[in-house]
Write a protein that binds this ligand. Structure first.
Ligand code: ADP
Ligand code: MG
Length: 311
Protein backbone atom coordinates (compact mmCIF):
# COMPACT_ATOMS: atom_id res chain seq x y z
CA UNK A 1 0.00 0.00 0.00
CA UNK A 2 1.39 3.49 -0.83
CA UNK A 3 2.24 5.67 2.17
CA UNK A 4 -0.20 8.40 3.22
CA UNK A 5 0.26 12.12 2.46
CA UNK A 6 1.32 12.88 6.03
CA UNK A 7 3.69 9.93 6.33
CA UNK A 8 5.22 11.01 3.02
CA UNK A 9 5.80 14.57 4.25
CA UNK A 10 7.27 13.32 7.54
CA UNK A 11 9.49 10.77 5.90
CA UNK A 12 10.96 12.85 3.08
CA UNK A 13 10.63 16.51 3.98
CA UNK A 14 10.12 17.10 7.70
CA UNK A 15 13.17 15.62 9.36
CA UNK A 16 15.70 18.39 8.80
CA UNK A 17 17.22 20.16 11.82
CA UNK A 18 16.57 23.94 11.76
CA UNK A 19 19.60 25.85 10.43
CA UNK A 20 18.55 29.49 10.75
CA UNK A 21 17.73 31.33 13.98
CA UNK A 22 15.05 33.30 12.11
CA UNK A 23 13.05 30.05 11.62
CA UNK A 24 10.75 30.10 14.67
CA UNK A 25 8.45 27.33 13.44
CA UNK A 26 8.93 24.98 10.50
CA UNK A 27 7.00 22.08 8.94
CA UNK A 28 4.00 20.72 10.85
CA UNK A 29 1.63 23.56 11.65
CA UNK A 30 -0.75 25.56 9.45
CA UNK A 31 1.91 28.19 8.88
CA UNK A 32 5.62 28.50 9.46
CA UNK A 33 6.89 31.48 11.47
CA UNK A 34 9.89 33.63 10.60
CA UNK A 35 11.43 36.37 12.75
CA UNK A 36 12.85 39.03 10.42
CA UNK A 37 15.88 40.73 12.02
CA UNK A 38 15.91 44.55 12.35
CA UNK A 39 17.46 46.30 9.39
CA UNK A 40 16.51 43.62 6.85
CA UNK A 41 13.80 43.03 4.28
CA UNK A 42 12.42 39.66 3.24
CA UNK A 43 12.94 38.90 -0.47
CA UNK A 44 10.35 36.39 -1.74
CA UNK A 45 10.20 34.53 -5.04
CA UNK A 46 8.39 31.53 -6.58
CA UNK A 47 9.31 29.31 -9.50
CA UNK A 48 7.42 26.29 -10.82
CA UNK A 49 8.70 23.43 -12.95
CA UNK A 50 6.14 21.45 -14.95
CA UNK A 51 6.83 18.06 -16.52
CA UNK A 52 7.11 18.30 -20.34
CA UNK A 53 7.40 22.09 -20.13
CA UNK A 54 10.46 22.69 -17.92
CA UNK A 55 11.83 19.17 -17.86
CA UNK A 56 11.55 15.99 -19.87
CA UNK A 57 9.33 13.15 -18.63
CA UNK A 58 11.54 10.65 -16.86
CA UNK A 59 14.12 13.29 -15.86
CA UNK A 60 16.49 12.26 -13.08
CA UNK A 61 14.66 13.11 -9.81
CA UNK A 62 17.83 13.98 -7.85
CA UNK A 63 18.80 16.50 -10.54
CA UNK A 64 15.24 17.86 -10.58
CA UNK A 65 15.33 18.42 -6.81
CA UNK A 66 18.60 20.30 -7.17
CA UNK A 67 17.47 22.38 -10.14
CA UNK A 68 14.10 23.32 -8.63
CA UNK A 69 15.82 24.80 -5.59
CA UNK A 70 18.70 26.28 -7.63
CA UNK A 71 16.44 28.30 -9.94
CA UNK A 72 14.71 29.82 -6.91
CA UNK A 73 17.96 30.58 -5.08
CA UNK A 74 19.17 32.21 -8.30
CA UNK A 75 16.29 34.72 -8.07
CA UNK A 76 17.32 35.57 -4.51
CA UNK A 77 20.94 35.92 -5.66
CA UNK A 78 19.94 38.43 -8.33
CA UNK A 79 18.48 40.73 -5.67
CA UNK A 80 21.52 40.30 -3.40
CA UNK A 81 19.50 38.38 -0.79
CA UNK A 82 20.90 35.67 1.46
CA UNK A 83 18.63 32.60 1.21
CA UNK A 84 17.10 31.48 4.50
CA UNK A 85 13.98 29.42 3.92
CA UNK A 86 11.79 27.74 1.32
CA UNK A 87 8.39 26.12 0.99
CA UNK A 88 7.83 23.23 -1.41
CA UNK A 89 4.56 22.45 -3.22
CA UNK A 90 4.55 19.04 -4.90
CA UNK A 91 1.85 17.80 -7.23
CA UNK A 92 2.48 14.12 -7.91
CA UNK A 93 0.75 11.69 -10.29
CA UNK A 94 1.61 8.81 -7.92
CA UNK A 95 3.60 8.05 -4.79
CA UNK A 96 6.88 6.63 -6.03
CA UNK A 97 9.07 6.28 -2.96
CA UNK A 98 12.32 5.82 -4.89
CA UNK A 99 11.54 8.94 -6.95
CA UNK A 100 10.70 10.94 -3.81
CA UNK A 101 13.83 9.80 -1.98
CA UNK A 102 16.05 10.84 -4.90
CA UNK A 103 14.20 14.15 -5.39
CA UNK A 104 14.50 14.96 -1.66
CA UNK A 105 18.19 14.04 -1.72
CA UNK A 106 18.99 16.53 -4.52
CA UNK A 107 16.78 19.22 -3.02
CA UNK A 108 17.98 18.89 0.57
CA UNK A 109 21.68 18.63 -0.34
CA UNK A 110 21.55 22.05 -2.01
CA UNK A 111 19.46 23.42 0.89
CA UNK A 112 22.15 22.18 3.28
CA UNK A 113 24.90 23.84 1.24
CA UNK A 114 23.25 27.26 1.58
CA UNK A 115 21.83 26.72 5.11
CA UNK A 116 18.27 26.98 3.83
CA UNK A 117 15.41 25.66 5.99
CA UNK A 118 12.49 23.84 4.35
CA UNK A 119 9.70 25.34 6.47
CA UNK A 120 6.51 24.04 4.83
CA UNK A 121 4.68 23.21 1.66
CA UNK A 122 1.80 21.34 0.14
CA UNK A 123 1.49 17.84 -1.31
CA UNK A 124 -1.27 17.06 -3.79
CA UNK A 125 -2.27 14.57 -6.47
CA UNK A 126 -2.12 15.60 -10.15
CA UNK A 127 0.24 16.02 -13.13
CA UNK A 128 3.88 16.29 -11.99
CA UNK A 129 4.40 19.94 -11.00
CA UNK A 130 7.08 21.20 -8.64
CA UNK A 131 6.91 24.63 -7.00
CA UNK A 132 9.22 26.35 -4.55
CA UNK A 133 8.77 29.63 -2.78
CA UNK A 134 12.12 30.92 -1.55
CA UNK A 135 12.76 33.62 1.02
CA UNK A 136 15.95 35.53 1.71
CA UNK A 137 17.22 38.45 3.75
CA UNK A 138 18.58 41.62 2.21
CA UNK A 139 19.75 44.77 4.05
CA UNK A 140 16.86 47.27 4.11
CA UNK A 141 16.68 49.46 1.01
CA UNK A 142 19.67 47.82 -0.65
CA UNK A 143 18.18 45.05 -2.80
CA UNK A 144 19.46 44.99 -6.38
CA UNK A 145 16.59 45.63 -8.77
CA UNK A 146 16.05 45.59 -12.54
CA UNK A 147 15.11 49.27 -12.61
CA UNK A 148 18.28 51.00 -11.46
CA UNK A 149 20.66 50.79 -14.44
CA UNK A 150 22.07 54.22 -15.46
CA UNK A 151 23.53 55.40 -18.77
CA UNK A 152 27.30 54.94 -18.62
CA UNK A 153 27.11 51.85 -16.37
CA UNK A 154 29.33 48.97 -17.42
CA UNK A 155 27.47 45.66 -17.98
CA UNK A 156 28.91 42.45 -16.54
CA UNK A 157 28.06 38.76 -16.44
CA UNK A 158 29.35 36.04 -14.13
CA UNK A 159 30.45 32.70 -15.62
CA UNK A 160 29.99 31.63 -19.24
CA UNK A 161 26.92 31.96 -21.47
CA UNK A 162 25.20 29.24 -23.44
CA UNK A 163 26.58 26.10 -21.80
CA UNK A 164 23.19 25.11 -20.41
CA UNK A 165 21.68 25.93 -23.81
CA UNK A 166 24.24 23.59 -25.34
CA UNK A 167 23.26 20.97 -22.74
CA UNK A 168 19.66 21.24 -23.95
CA UNK A 169 20.77 20.92 -27.60
CA UNK A 170 22.68 17.76 -26.62
CA UNK A 171 19.56 16.35 -24.93
CA UNK A 172 17.69 17.10 -28.14
CA UNK A 173 20.18 15.14 -30.21
CA UNK A 174 23.14 17.42 -31.01
CA UNK A 175 26.32 15.44 -30.59
CA UNK A 176 29.72 16.78 -29.62
CA UNK A 177 32.86 15.67 -27.83
CA UNK A 178 32.84 15.83 -24.01
CA UNK A 179 29.17 16.72 -23.51
CA UNK A 180 29.37 16.24 -19.70
CA UNK A 181 30.14 19.84 -18.69
CA UNK A 182 27.29 21.29 -20.76
CA UNK A 183 24.86 18.65 -19.51
CA UNK A 184 25.88 19.41 -15.94
CA UNK A 185 25.17 23.11 -16.45
CA UNK A 186 21.71 22.23 -17.80
CA UNK A 187 20.82 19.56 -15.23
CA UNK A 188 22.32 20.95 -12.02
CA UNK A 189 23.00 24.69 -12.26
CA UNK A 190 24.81 26.42 -9.40
CA UNK A 191 23.00 29.52 -8.12
CA UNK A 192 25.30 32.55 -7.78
CA UNK A 193 24.30 33.18 -4.14
CA UNK A 194 27.60 34.52 -2.80
CA UNK A 195 28.17 36.67 -5.86
CA UNK A 196 24.76 38.33 -5.61
CA UNK A 197 25.32 39.21 -1.95
CA UNK A 198 28.80 40.54 -2.75
CA UNK A 199 27.29 42.98 -5.27
CA UNK A 200 25.23 44.85 -2.64
CA UNK A 201 26.42 48.46 -2.51
CA UNK A 202 28.37 48.05 -5.76
CA UNK A 203 25.99 47.05 -8.56
CA UNK A 204 23.15 49.28 -9.72
CA UNK A 205 20.82 46.84 -11.53
CA UNK A 206 20.99 43.04 -11.52
CA UNK A 207 19.04 40.10 -12.98
CA UNK A 208 19.65 36.37 -13.11
CA UNK A 209 19.88 34.77 -16.54
CA UNK A 210 17.05 32.25 -16.74
CA UNK A 211 15.65 32.99 -20.21
CA UNK A 212 18.74 34.07 -22.13
CA UNK A 213 20.93 37.19 -21.94
CA UNK A 214 19.09 39.12 -24.68
CA UNK A 215 15.69 38.80 -23.06
CA UNK A 216 16.87 39.12 -19.47
CA UNK A 217 19.11 42.13 -20.08
CA UNK A 218 16.13 43.45 -22.06
CA UNK A 219 14.13 43.47 -18.79
CA UNK A 220 16.77 45.65 -17.14
CA UNK A 221 16.77 48.01 -20.13
CA UNK A 222 12.99 48.29 -20.22
CA UNK A 223 12.54 48.77 -16.48
CA UNK A 224 15.44 51.22 -16.25
CA UNK A 225 14.36 53.16 -19.39
CA UNK A 226 17.77 52.78 -21.00
CA UNK A 227 19.45 50.88 -23.84
CA UNK A 228 22.72 49.01 -24.17
CA UNK A 229 25.52 48.15 -26.53
CA UNK A 230 27.28 44.80 -26.13
CA UNK A 231 30.57 43.78 -27.65
CA UNK A 232 30.34 40.30 -29.21
CA UNK A 233 34.06 39.64 -28.70
CA UNK A 234 33.74 40.23 -24.97
CA UNK A 235 31.01 37.64 -24.37
CA UNK A 236 32.33 34.84 -22.15
CA UNK A 237 31.85 31.69 -24.27
CA UNK A 238 33.33 28.30 -23.44
CA UNK A 239 35.32 26.37 -26.07
CA UNK A 240 32.36 23.94 -26.27
CA UNK A 241 29.93 26.77 -27.13
CA UNK A 242 32.37 28.28 -29.64
CA UNK A 243 32.66 24.83 -31.27
CA UNK A 244 28.89 24.56 -31.39
CA UNK A 245 28.67 27.96 -33.12
CA UNK A 246 31.31 27.17 -35.72
CA UNK A 247 29.64 23.77 -36.27
CA UNK A 248 26.09 25.04 -36.73
CA UNK A 249 26.35 28.78 -37.49
CA UNK A 250 23.84 29.33 -34.68
CA UNK A 251 25.70 32.27 -33.08
CA UNK A 252 22.58 33.57 -31.34
CA UNK A 253 22.23 30.49 -29.12
CA UNK A 254 24.26 31.87 -26.16
CA UNK A 255 22.21 35.08 -26.30
CA UNK A 256 18.76 33.51 -26.34
CA UNK A 257 19.08 30.06 -24.72
CA UNK A 258 17.83 29.84 -21.16
CA UNK A 259 19.01 28.14 -17.99
CA UNK A 260 22.40 29.86 -17.59
CA UNK A 261 21.58 30.98 -14.02
CA UNK A 262 24.47 33.41 -14.09
CA UNK A 263 24.02 37.05 -13.01
CA UNK A 264 23.96 40.03 -15.37
CA UNK A 265 24.48 43.36 -13.60
CA UNK A 266 25.45 46.97 -14.16
CA UNK A 267 28.02 49.01 -12.24
CA UNK A 268 28.86 52.70 -12.55
CA UNK A 269 32.46 53.12 -13.83
CA UNK A 270 33.66 54.70 -10.54
CA UNK A 271 32.72 51.51 -8.66
CA UNK A 272 34.05 49.03 -11.22
CA UNK A 273 37.35 48.80 -9.32
CA UNK A 274 35.48 47.56 -6.23
CA UNK A 275 34.09 44.43 -7.89
CA UNK A 276 34.95 41.56 -5.55
CA UNK A 277 33.93 38.72 -7.86
CA UNK A 278 35.06 37.00 -11.02
CA UNK A 279 33.01 38.46 -13.89
CA UNK A 280 33.30 39.70 -17.45
CA UNK A 281 32.53 43.21 -18.75
CA UNK A 282 30.44 42.77 -21.91
CA UNK A 283 29.13 46.23 -22.74
CA UNK A 284 27.76 49.54 -21.60
CA UNK A 285 24.38 51.06 -20.74
CA UNK A 286 23.32 53.91 -23.02
CA UNK A 287 20.46 56.40 -22.87
CA UNK A 288 19.18 55.42 -26.36
CA UNK A 289 16.63 52.57 -25.90
CA UNK A 290 17.18 49.13 -27.50
CA UNK A 291 19.81 46.43 -27.35
CA UNK A 292 22.63 46.89 -29.87
CA UNK A 293 25.75 44.94 -30.26
CA UNK A 294 29.08 45.38 -31.89
CA UNK A 295 30.04 42.38 -34.04
CA UNK A 296 32.54 42.08 -36.88
CA UNK A 297 33.18 45.84 -36.93
CA UNK A 298 29.48 46.61 -37.22
CA UNK A 299 26.83 47.95 -34.84
CA UNK A 300 23.65 45.87 -35.20
CA UNK A 301 20.30 45.91 -33.49
CA UNK A 302 19.82 42.69 -31.57
CA UNK A 303 16.51 41.08 -32.55
CA UNK A 304 16.82 37.79 -30.67
CA UNK A 305 14.38 37.15 -27.85
CA UNK A 306 14.48 35.02 -24.75
CA UNK A 307 12.09 32.20 -23.95
CA UNK A 308 8.48 33.17 -23.19
CA UNK A 309 5.54 30.98 -22.19
CA UNK A 310 2.31 31.50 -24.22
CA UNK A 311 4.17 32.72 -27.30
P1 ADP B 1 -2.87 22.27 5.60
O1 ADP B 1 -3.86 21.29 5.08
O2 ADP B 1 -3.21 22.84 6.95
O3 ADP B 1 -2.45 23.28 4.59
P2 ADP B 1 -1.03 20.21 5.02
O4 ADP B 1 -1.72 18.98 5.47
O5 ADP B 1 -1.07 20.58 3.58
O6 ADP B 1 -1.53 21.41 5.92
O7 ADP B 1 0.50 20.10 5.45
C1 ADP B 1 0.85 19.72 6.77
C2 ADP B 1 2.18 20.33 7.10
O8 ADP B 1 3.18 19.78 6.24
C3 ADP B 1 2.23 21.84 6.92
O9 ADP B 1 3.08 22.37 7.91
C4 ADP B 1 2.85 21.99 5.56
O10 ADP B 1 3.55 23.23 5.46
C5 ADP B 1 3.80 20.81 5.51
N1 ADP B 1 4.03 20.28 4.14
C6 ADP B 1 3.13 19.75 3.27
N2 ADP B 1 3.71 19.31 2.15
C7 ADP B 1 5.04 19.58 2.30
C8 ADP B 1 6.17 19.37 1.48
N3 ADP B 1 6.10 18.81 0.27
N4 ADP B 1 7.38 19.77 1.95
C9 ADP B 1 7.48 20.36 3.16
N5 ADP B 1 6.45 20.56 3.99
C10 ADP B 1 5.24 20.18 3.56
MG1 MG C 1 -2.27 22.05 2.57
Amino acid sequence: MPISEFALIRRFFASQPVKNPITRLGVGDDCALLAIPDGYELAITTDTMVENVHFFAGADPEQLGHKLLAVNLSDLASMGARPVSVTLALTLPKVDEAWLAAFAKGFLALAERYSVDLIGGDTTFGPLTLTVQAMGLVPRGQALTRSSARPGDFIYVTGCLGDAGLGLKIKQGYSCENPEAALKRFNTPDPACEMGQALIGIANACIDLSDGLAGDLGHILEQSNVGACLNWDDLPLSPAVLNYISDTGDWQMPLCAGDDYELCFTVSPDKAGLLPIDCRRIGVIESQPGLRFYKSGDIQLLQVKGFEHFS
